[in-house]
Design a protein. Structure first.
Length: 350
């Protein structure tokens, strides 16, 4: 009698459950991408789920023998649907340099595919291989396939995207951003995917989706950062502080001043004799160029107008500190310029 009663209860429970329409769970990690941590022995793994889960990365050399937990942040997109994204971040620390690791990320509710990453080499006597581009969208991303293939083949040490992502990250209630990060996962899950913001970028999506740090800093700052890679010092910054009213010193927060002061201090450090001897190359990266084929951007070159003065111009700053190479995007063309300063070209005959 007891057995029959137990079986009857079980049947009732199963029948009741089968009448309920199951909801869809979104525990599976997606949009996985890497970025540099506070030192060369650190890598940050970032991904998205649409339901809240734990944030775990398991990794190791030839086997997944180390597990580390991270954090999860709820991001509410600013579109009409107010979609919820859970942004997961896990920092891998104490990695050996110049070594290939395998890893996967997720939780007990679901794991990603198995990926590989290779940490930066030690020292300065080697030449890093870096893919640098800007203005890559979800549609007509003609460069995407070769970049994906070469990233998986281990061609690159870093990928640098100079602003304007997806066109645009926030479109269709951020679904375009979701699809773009799924597209780049096939390279960004293998190689650190570094970035700076562009004029098409919705800063709430940009800030929440990336996890960028300067070398030696514990803070995530997706708008400006710097890193030493091989014989070069790389600096990434935002040109958008010169254009968005809320960032201008005369109308809002002094973010433009903060960035300029940070740039100046970073360049002074890079130019110390002992540092410049080790890393003779200083490379800057931003979105809007000061010199185009048919135009000049005086806000970037000379700074913004405040009363009768111009403040925070980049041309004099970079000239004084001997910046060697500058990479820009925005204009949707490929062009190379002679060394140029104050609207004057300097080549080997001058």
């Amino acid at each position: 009698m007891l057995i029959l009663h137990f079986v009857f209860i079980l049947i009732v429970v199963v029948l009741c459950k089968s009448d309920d329409k199951p909801s869809t769970a979104y525990y599976q990690p997606q949009q996985i991408h890497l970025s540099f941590g506070a030192s060369k022995s650190e890598i940050i793994v970032t991904w998205v789920t649409f339901n809240k889960t734990e944030s775990i990365v398991k990794y190791g050399i030839n086997r997944l023998n180390t597990s580390v937990n991270g954090s999860v942040t709820l991001f509410t997109d600013g579109g009409t649907e107010k979609r919820l994204l859970y942004i997961h971040r896990v920092e891998l620390i104490g990695l050996e340099l110049g070594v290939k690791y395998q890893y996967h990320c997720g939780s007990r509710e679901g794991w990603s595919s198995l990926y590989m990453l290779t940490t930066l080499k030690e020292g300065v006597d080697w030449s890093p291989k870096i893919a640098i581009y800007g203005d890559l969208g979800n549609v007509l991303a003609e460069s995407l396939a070769p970049l994906q293939e070469e990233a998986q083949e281990g061609v690159y040490d870093m990928i640098m995207h100079l602003g304007d992502f997806a066109y645009d990250l926030h479109d269709d209630n951020a679904r375009v951003g979701d699809e773009f990060f799924r597209q780049i996962e096939t390279m960004a899950a293998y190689v650190p995917y570094q970035a700076c913001p562009g004029n098409h970028d919705n800063f709430s999506n940009y800030d929440n989706r990336f996890s960028l740090k300067s070398e030696g800093s514990t803070l995530i700052n997706n708008h400006y950062w710097s890193y030493n890679i091989g014989p070069a010092h790389f600096i990434s910054f935002s040109t958008e502080f010169y254009y968005y009213e809320k960032y201008k010193i005369e109308t809002g927060p002094e973010q433009l001043k903060y960035q300029y002061d940070w740039l100046e201090n970073d360049l002074k450090e890079a130019n110390k004799p002992e540092n410049r001897e080790k890393r003779p190359w200083i490379v800057t990266m931003g979105h809007r160029p000061p010199y185009g084929l048919n135009s000049m951007d005086d806000k970037i070159r000379l700074g913004i107008k405040v009363n009768e003065s111009r403040l925070y111009g980049l041309e004099d700053l970079f000239y004084r500190h001997g910046v060697d190479i500058q990479f820009w995007a925005h204009e949707h063309i490929y062009a190379r310029l002679w060394p140029i300063y104050n609207n004057t070209v300097f080549n080997d005959t001058q």
